[in-house]
Design a protein around this ligand. Structure first.
Ligand code: PLP
Length: 389
């Protein structure tokens, strides 16, 4: 027991259960259990060698000090060039703010708009940090229900019909965690057209999985809609694309009106991203991109395997996973709740997965499988689950 009196807001802060599952899986493994981890969302590949070397060289060259809070100029310029190459979008490097990972952008965006009395919309099931930080800010979280029958794409109508005078920010994520869903262009067009009637509403488009698309799909960035640039925050980063989750490096393109605010949040929070990581990120953007395409090709093969194997399990129904590296099967037919399935698969079969409810109330009946693991391990995990069922 403690006599400390913490702020009330802390009781509203949630967490990311994938880290809780990871800790439990690591504990079981340390006790000698053979655990296959399909729980955590991080590429199992190594950061490509030339990127690692650039980080080491930066340290050897003496890049040990603070950098500008928004990131070194060459990196912000390289981000703008990369966005031109990938999305055909013109971005001013002054609107790019480099931060330690994908998460700080969502934290800053939500804290910038969130306060008691306002509403923020977020995908459900969706990345759990959105709902957690919205609640922490004191704002009212308004879920955008993502449905299996829509391929877990968002419906523009469902979003627009929930906008009120209190709405300050709408968060979307495509390709999506945890569902692998990708929203088609006509829904995005409708959303953008509808938003023009609500100029006070900001949009956070989380595009961290922008390069992880399968079946010939092309990523549609919200940057491709100049008419909403004045309220768009477009989040992307290096974690997933370049297998750099532990480097802590991400960025967002911010609207003119928010750049000063987010830079001040960076100065108050972390001063700047560590310099060596920024030079590594520069090498990632300017160097060869074949490591990215080879990683995506391997994810694609594993995706086919996991979707096929999941659909062969009794009580499982798995929709085609269009993007990211997650499969999100419906497991209602097993008679287990999502949490029960998560716990039994880990404790009894040694397979770590994450309960759909970790991603919001609309995730009940589903389980997230990350296929950022070898085809061999995926097949063995499926064999173990089949045996248990
Ligand atoms: N956005 C989504 C949708 C994610 O799934 C994740 C990580 O899993 C992030 C952002 C955060 O990425 P980072 O590790 O760079 O903070």
């Amino acid at each position: 027991m403690s006599d400390l009196i913490f702020a009330d807001s802390l009781s509203r802060l949630g967490t990311e259960s994938a880290f809780v599952v990871l800790a439990r899986a690591q504990k079981l493994a340390s006790e000698g259990r053979d655990i296959i981890n399909l729980g955590i969302g991080q590429p199992d590949f190594k950061t490509p060698g030339h990127i690692v070397e650039a980080g080491i060289k930066a340290l050897r060259d003496g890049h040990h000090g603070y950098t500008p809070a928004n990131g070194i100029a060459p990196l912000r310029e390289a981000v703008a060039a990369d966005l031109k190459r990938r999305h055909g979008s013109d971005v001013n490097p002054d609107n790019v703010v480099v931060v330690p990972g994908g998460k700080p952008t969502m934290y800053f965006a939500i804290m910038m708009f969130g306060q008691p009395g306002v509403e923020i919309m977020y995908p459900n099931p969706g990345f759990p940090i959105y709902e957690s930080v919205i609640k922490y800010s004191g704002a009212k979280p308004v879920p955008i229900a993502l449905k299996e029958e829509d391929g877990f794409a968002f419906s523009a109508e469902a979003i627009l019909s929930q906008i009120t005078a209190k709405t300050r920010l709408i968060i979307i994520n495509s390709p999506a965690n945890p569902t692998g869903g990708v929203t088609p262009k006509d829904e995005v067009d409708k959303l953008v057209a509808g938003l023009l009637k609500h100029p006070h509403v900001a949009l956070l488009s989380d595009e961290i999985y922008s390069q992880m698309l399968y079946g010939g799909r092309q990523h549609l960035s919200l940057l491709q809609y100049p008419e909403i640039r004045d309220r768009l925050i477009m989040l992307d980063g290096w974690s997933k694309t370049y297998a750099m989750t532990g480097w802590r490096l991400g960025y967002a393109v911010w609207p003119d009106a928010a750049v000063e605010h987010v830079t001040r949040l960076c100065i108050n929070d972390h001063s700047c991203v560590n310099a060596a990581a920024q030079y590594a990120g520069l090498a990632a953007l300017q160097g060869p991109q074949d490591a990215v395409s080879s990683m995506v090709a391997q994810f694609d093969k594993r995706r086919e395997i996991i979707v096929r194997e999941l659909n062969a399990l009794p009580g499982f129904l798995c929709a085609d996973a269009a993007g990211a590296f997650y499969a999100f099967p419906n497991i209602e037919g097993t008679g287990m709740t999502s949490k029960e399935a998560q716990n039994r698969f880990l404790e009894e079969a040694g397979v770590a997965t994450v309960s759909g409810t970790s991603f919001g109330a609309w995730g009940e009946g589903y389980l997230r499988f990350s296929y950022a693991n070898s085809a061999e391990n995926i097949l063995e995990a499926m064999r173990r689950i089949r045996e248990l069922l």
